[in-house]
Ligand binder design. Structure first.
Ligand SMILES: *Cc1c(COP(=O)(O)O)cnc(C)c1O
Length: 419
C-alpha cells in the first residue's frame, strides 16, 4: 500500500491501532495499573513483552500519541514525557556519564542552557560551539566526546544550525547526534534526514499547538548502533543494538525519574497534532509577511528571521525546511524606542512567554527568559537588550501587521530617537 502523506497519517493513526468500538480517537486511559487474568502474563510484560503495567511507564493513551510522533518523524519508536525539559533531562542524564564530553550549540533554549550547568556539576564536560558551521563542531571534538546536541532554528536569534554537516561529522566519528526539533516540528524538518540518532520535540509548542497542554518526546531514528556505546547498562543490551539507547531512556529516564505524560494532556496534544501542518503553514506564511513588513520600518532596527534574504543562513533554511522559515522571529527596535513602551501598545499580540501557539505571543527576551543567565552569556548568545521575541500565530495576516504598525506609531515621541 502506498504510504499516506503527513496529515492523512496523523488523522488515521488511532483508527489503525484498532481502537475499541470503532472510536476515531484513542480513548483516554486514566488507569494507574493494568491487570492480567494470568499471573504469568503479568510476569511476561515485566520481562519485556509488549503491554502496560503501571502508568508511570506509559498508558495506551501515551502509546497512541507516541505512534503519531514516530510516524511524523519517520522514526522507529518514541517515548513521551510530561514536558520537553523532562525529555531533554532524560536524554542527557541517562546517556552521559561523569567524564564524558557533550558538544552543544551555543545558541540554545535558556532552560536547556541552565540544565547544562547541572550536568557540569554532575561531572559532564560541556563545550558550547557555534553550530551554524560543522567545522566549529569538528574542531571541538575530544577523545571523550560522546554526544552532539543542537536545535534546528535557535530562539530568539533564529540561527540555523549546520544540521547536515553535523550529521556527517557524527556519522564519521561515531557520536550520538541529538536534535531538538521543537522550533521546526516534524512538518518542516525530520531529524532522520540529517542522520540524527535521537530527535526531541517539545509537544507543548507547535505539535500540541493550542497552549493548553505540556509534553515532550524523544524519537529514535534507528540510525545509531549503540553496540560500541559504553554507557548502556547490561540489562538493556538486549534485542537489536539500534534500540538500546531509547530503551535506556525509557527505563532510566521515564520509569526511574518519573516525568510521565498523563493521559489527559496526551489526548489534547494528539488532537492538536492533527492540524500541525495546516497551522504551521499558516503561521510560517504570517511570519514571513510580518518580517518583510517590519524590515525597513523606521521603528525597527533589525529583524532576525531566516526567511529574509539578509539572514546568514537564509539559503540553508530554504533547503532544509520545505521552503518555509519557521514562525519565530526576533526584532530589535530602533534606538530610543523603549521595548516596554512598545510591547504595552500591542493589542492583538499577547504578552506572554511560550511559542508555537495559535496566538501570536511576544516578550522582551533579555528581561525575561534570558534574564537569569546575565549580560555576558547573553552577549555570547547574541541577545540584545532591546530584542523582542515574537512567536507568530495563525491570526489574519492583516490584523497582525496592523497591530505592530499601530504600536510603533503610538510609541511616545520622547522615546523615539532624534524626534
Ligand atoms: C520550549 C522548549 C523546550 C522545553 O519544552 P517544554 O515542553 O516547555 O518543557 C525545549 N527546547 C526548545 C527549543 C523549546 O522551545
Amino acid at each position: 500500500m502506498k504510504k499516506n502523506g503527513f496529515t492523512t497519517t496523523i488523522l488515521h493513526s488511532d483508527r489503525r491501532l484498532d481502537v475499541e468500538h470503532g472510536a476515531v480517537h484513542k480513548p483516554m486511559h486514566p488507569s494507574s495499573e493494568y491487570a492480567y487474568a494470568q499471573s504469568r502474563e503479568l510476569a511476561a510484560v515485566f520481562q519485556g513483552k509488549a503491554g502496560f503495567t503501571y502508568a508511570r511507564q506509559g498508558t495506551p493513551t501515551t502509546a497512541a500519541l507516541e505512534a503519531k510522533v514516530t510516524a511524523m518523524e519517520d522514526g522507529v519508536a518514541t517515548v513521551s514525557f510530561a514536558t520537553g525539559m523532562a525529555a531533554l533531562a532524560a536524554i542527557f542524564t541517562t546517556l552521559l556519564r561523569r567524564g564524558d564530553h557533550l558538544l552543544c550549540s551555543q545558541h540554545i533554549f535558556g532552560n536547556t542552557n541552565s540544565l547544562l550547568g547541572t550536568l557540569q556539576e554532575l561531572g559532564v564536560e560541556v563545550t558550547l560551539v557555534d553550530a551554524t558551521d560543522a567545522r566549529n563542531v569538528a574542531a571541538a571534538v575530544q577523545g571523550n566526546t560522546r554526544m552532539v546536541f543542537t536545535e534546528t532554528i535557535a530562539n530568539p536569534g533564529t540561527q540555523v544550525a549546520d544540521l547536515m554537516g553535523i550529521g556527517q561529522l557524527c556519522r564519521q566519528s561515531g557520536l550520538v547526534y541529538v536534535i531538538d526539533n521543537t522550533l521546526t516540528s516534524p512538518w518542516l524538518f525530520k531529524g532522520r534526514d540529517a542522520g540524527a540518532a535521537l530527535v526531541m520535540n517539545s509537544l507543548s509548542k507547535y505539535i500540541g499547538g493550542h497552549g493548553h497542554a505540556l509534553g515532550g518526546t524523544v524519537t529514535d531514528t534507528g540510525l545509531f548502533d549503540w553496540q560500541g556505546h559504553p554507557n548502556i547498562f547490561e540489562a538493556y543490551r538486549k534485542g537489536p543494538s539500534t534500540s538500546w539507547g531509547l530503551t535506556q531512556i525509557k527505563k532510566k529516564g521515564l520509569r526511574d525519574m518519573g516525568g510521565t505524560l498523563a493521559a489527559e494532556p496526551a489526548h489534547r496534544i494528539a488532537v492538536g497534532a492533527e492540524t500541525l501542518a495546516l497551522r504551521m503553514d499558516r503561521a510560517c506564511a504570517n511570519a514571513l509577511a510580518l518580517a518583510r513588513h517590519l524590515q525597513g520600518h523606521p521603528g525597527i532596527a533589525r529583524v532576525h528571521y531566516p526567511g529574509l534574504p539578509g539572514h546568514a543562513q537564509h539559503e540553508r533554511a530554504g533547503q532544509l525546511f520545505r521552503g518555509r522559515y519557521g514562525a519565530l522571529m526576533g526584532i530589535e527596535l530602533a534606538e530610543g524606542i523603549d521595548c516596554f513602551d512598545f510591547l504595552d501598545r500591542l493589542s492583538v499580540v499577547v504578552l506572554a512567554t511560550h511559542l508555537g501557539d495559535t496566538r501570536t505571543l511576544a516578550l522582551p527576551a533579555a528581561h525575561t527568559i534570558y534574564h537569569e543567565m546575565g549580560p555576558a552569556r547573553r552577549a555570547q548568545m547574541g541577545i540584545a537588550d532591546s530584542l523582542i521575541r515574537v512567536s507568530v500565530g495563525i491570526e489574519d495576516e492583516a490584523d497582525l501587521i496592523a497591530d505592530f504598525d499601530a504600536a510603533l506609531q503610538a510609541c511616545p515621541p520622547a522615546s523615539k530617537a532624534g524626534s
